[in-house]
Ligand binder design. Structure first.
Ligand code: ZN
Length: 401
């Protein structure tokens, strides 16, 4: 089966995860794809292949070149929650000619707006029909890993021992909660879950959530004089004391932000839900300090001490961990260059499963997949780039010492 057919098979399964579910995996339907992947890994002759009760698929391909380093390859099976992944109806474009692609009446995929298309001329592209996402995030990653394994086995190419894992629930931030570190004895690993093939991601945000609960006092407005405390006003005051330039819509690259994700209020009680993000640890701490300072200020200003702030750390930047083991970046850099791709290093403005794994002891930067515009109906996969990525991974495996 070609990488294209593998990919088309995987995206035919609806594997959307569900942030409102408390179970592991969050949705039972992810098991259907897991079963397909288990069978394929078994057919390829991997060892200890299994899908555990939490829907993590594992397998081991023993090395054939006397290299003692063991490496991990990881991709996620679930799809994003923003747009449905049910009944994906892929549109296949052979030998793309560089023109605008009409996805449907309302959606035009144009190289003017999406410049990644400019390097796709002559390639086979797969798009949606405008009604669903495609699921290339991260089924392109799964297809790349499967194609790599198949080539290694069938062509008897040199490689060290490879641990493989396909995870559920990445999109809802729970893709490593039940990761089996005892089983997965790799020295380091790569998630294959990115956009452009040139990408090596090893920096992500430090992340926290801040919940601001404001308590007021409700009285009939007709007799409220000197009595009513409207928690909504105090909440707005809290918000107005945060730096307006530090909002997501004003930041990019390495700039951090405080984002008011959601607010709910009445006279009696108002809650503000923020997320706090920064690549730089000191600036990240400073942002959290700002929140605490505003809490203190308003609790001094109002005698009822109306503000209760709760800050919870979500995940941290893996940068320092990855840089502590430079070889982990040197292998993909070398492999990309040998495949005539100039590596690029984009700081992730979010978190990754690899960051969580790195803090769990398994250093895991991220590599690209050759798919674009994830989490929406404009998502597309470039089959030629996916094949190129297979070449990159095979090259990387051959140079690991
Ligand atoms: Zn992903």
């Amino acid at each position: 089966m070609s990488i294209k057919d593998k990919f088309l098979t995987y995206i035919s399964y609806d594997t959307q995860s569900d942030p409102d579910s408390n179970s592991y995996p969050s949705t039972k339907k992810q098991f259907a794809l897991a079963e397909v992947l288990v069978n394929e890994l078994k057919e390829l002759g991997l060892q200890q292949v299994m899908c555990d009760e939490f829907c993590y698929v594992y397998g081991i391909l023993p090395g054939n070149n006397n290299v003692s380093t063991k490496i991990g390859l990881i991709a996620h099976m679930d799809t994003a929650t923003e747009v449905t992944g049910k009944n994906v109806n892929p549109q296949i474009i052979d030998k793309y000619d560089g023109s605008d692609i009409k996805i449907d009446e309302n959606h035009l995929l144009s190289p003017k707006e999406y410049p990644s298309l400019n390097k796709a001329i002559g390639h086979t592209l797969i798009t949606t029909d405008g009604k669903t996402l495609l699921g290339a995030d991260d089924k392109a990653g799964i297809a790349i890993i499967m194609e790599t394994l198949e080539k290694l086995v069938k062509e008897n190419l040199p490689h060290p021992t490879i641990y493989v894992c396909f995870t559920p629930d990445e999109e809802i931030g729970r893709g490593t909660d039940k990761f089996n570190y005892d089983f997965f004895q790799a020295d380091f690993a790569y998630t294959i879950d990115g956009g452009d093939t040139s990408l090596i991601n090893f920096e992500n945000f430090n992340a926290a959530s801040a919940v601001v609960e404001v308590t007021g006092l409700s009285i009939h407005p007709g007799s409220a004089k000197d009595k009513m405390i409207n928690s909504q006003h105090i909440a707005m005051e809290f918000h107005s004391l945060l730096d307006t330039q530090m909002r997501p819509e004003h930041t990019s690259g390495y700039q951090g932000f405080n984002h008011l994700n959601n607010m709910e209020g009445s006279v009696e009680k108002t809650t503000l839900n923020y997320i706090i993000r920064n690549h730089n640890m000191n600036e990240f701490k400073k942002q959290m300090e700002d929140f605490r300072n505003i809490e203190n200020f308003l609790n001094h200003k109002y005698p009822t001490k109306p503000i209760k702030l709760t800050i919870t750390e979500s995940y941290l930047n893996m940068r320092e961990l990855v840089l502590s083991k430079p070889i982990v970046l040197e292998y993909p850099i070398k492999a990309l260059k040998r495949c005539k791709i100039e590596p690029s290093f984009d700081p992730i403005r979010g978190g990754t499963d690899g960051a969580r794994l790195s803090f769990g002891g398994l250093i895991t930067p991220n590599l690209g997949t050759g798919s674009y515009n994830h989490h929406g109906v404009m998502e597309y996969a470039d089959i030629d780039e996916m094949n190129k990525m297979v070449e990159v991974v095979i090259t990387m495996l051959s140079i690991i010492e």
